[in-house]
Design a protein around this ligand. Structure first.
Ligand SMILES: Nc1ncnc2c1ncn2[C@@H]1O[C@H](COP(=O)(O)OP(=O)(O)O)[C@@H](O)[C@H]1O
Ligand SMILES: [Mg+2]
Length: 395
């Protein structure tokens, strides 16, 4: 504190921050609240400021034993900072971090039951595969036989048996990745922290490694906390996802939940494409609401409390929008809007229709190839979607 750098006004600021820190989570704290008993990791109102930058703003999370949990969000939203606080490389400015029910705010990384795999792997290129994986065990003072046994078992786990004496420079990107994972798993951590570990790989290898990580995950009884800005990666691998924005967790749920029932415009558009329509709620029941927009009434599903009178956005995914000839519409579909076709693009697995409503709102529909009558730009058509696929957003 005495050594604080910068002008006097700034060191004043630093002093008050440290006082806050001690009263919240430091030794001055008498008795921390009891953590949820079965959580592997719990964050309670955790914040982290770097000077004036508020990287994490009051995040609370519970991550279960053996869960594969992802932190998903755009660059700079605070994902790495959260991971580093769980690993002990940063201390929260406020709030409590629990590992297996115990507050660990002041426990250094090497005394936590966690292991962090960095974005850039940080393998020792002058050592071979065996020595890279053995490094931590030798630091702990294990004898040679125990080291050998554990290293070989870890290599088996990541499907690299026989690679012990390879040099790091002789490995492919995916193999280096697996060495980094073996080096972390050899310590048998109860929580494995991974910071965009596949970020440097090309798409094909990344998808392959996603599958391998899933398999490794099923072979070891470990909690995985995975940081990524790639929504497909998070959906592919996770039991649950925390979607982050600007230092906050904005929604937590399974992939199906956060994709299928986004709460806000940000979540709806960050996880995949979404059509957003502005509308006023005119009637609200328990399972459905009616909203009135520029093109008339739409029936939607509320996932939270919405009251008549409020202005909201509703979201419908392009794959849930059907496009019909005006004389062919399925009458069982709740929502139908007259549209004009602007553009039709073949995209391989589906065809994309860009549509415009009578009021001028743009809509996108993704339709699987099928034996339907073709529509071409300029055609009048009907865009239709089910109430259940149409979500009222609250932010
Ligand atoms: N050591 C640090 N000093 C100052 N600012 C930092 C530091 N680490 C992270 N930040 C800032 O905190 C915010 C969150 O960073 P980070 O957790 O790395 O985001 P993400 O991993 O989601 O990209 C960013 O604005 C970043 O610039
Ligand atoms: Mg990061």
């Amino acid at each position: 504190m005495a050594g604080a750098v910068g002008p006097a006004s700034e060191s004043q600021h630093a002093v008050s921050e440290i006082v806050v820190k001690e009263s919240e989570g430091g030794p001055a704290m008498v008795r921390p609240p009891v953590a949820s008993p079965d959580a592997a990791v719990e964050l309670r109102e955790v914040s982290k400021a770097f000077g004036k930058i508020h990287a994490v703003k009051g995040v609370s999370l519970q991550i279960g034993q053996n869960e594969f949990f992802s932190l998903l969000g755009p660059s700079g939203c605070g994902k790495t900072t959260i991971l580093r606080m769980i690993g002990g490389f940063e201390q929260p400015t406020k709030g409590l971090v629990y590992l297996n029910g115990r507050v660990v705010n002041h426990v250094p990384p090497y005394r936590r039951d966690t292991n962090l795999i960095f974005q850039h792997l940080a393998l020792f290129s002058h050592l071979d595969v065996f020595d890279n994986i053995a490094f931590g065990l030798r630091m702990k003072g294990l004898d040679g036989r125990a080291v050998r046994q554990k290293v070989l078992a870890a290599l088996e786990l990541v499907d690299l048996a026989g690679f012990e004496s390879r040099r790091i420079t002789q490995l492919s990107g995916g193999q280096k990745q697996r060495v980094a994972i073996a080096r972390a798993l050899v310590n048998e951590p109860s929580v494995l922290l991974l910071d965009e570990p596949l970020g440097a790989l090309d798409l094909r290898l990344r998808m392959q490694m996603q599958e391998e990580l899933k398999e490794i995950r099923h072979r070891v009884g470990t909690t995985f906390i995975y940081v990524t800005h790639d929504q497909t990666e998070a959906l592919t691998m996770s039991d649950r996802i925390a979607v982050m924005r600007d230092g906050l967790v904005v929604q937590v749920g399974t992939g199906r939940e956060v994709y299928g029932a986004p709460r806000t415009r940000f979540v709806a558009t960050f996880l995949g494409d979404s059509n957003l329509l502005e509308a006023r709620v005119t009637a609200a029941g328990s399972g459905a609401v009616i909203v009135e927009g520029a093109d008339g009434q739409i029936q939607a599903t509320p996932h939270t409390d919405v009251r008549p009178g409020g202005d909201f956005f509703v979201s419908v995914r392009p794959e849930h929008v059907q496009v019909w000839h005006p004389d062919e519409v399925d009458p069982g579909i709740e929502n139908r809007l007259e549209v004009r076709v602007r553009e039709v693009t073949f995209k391989g697995a589906f065809t994309e229709y860009r549509l415009v409503t009578r009021s001028g709102q743009a809509l996108i529909a993704h339709l699987p190839a099928g034996p339907r009558r073709a529509l071409v730009p300029g055609d009048a058509a009907v865009a239709a979607w089910r109430r259940d696929d149409c979500v009222v957003l609250t932010g």
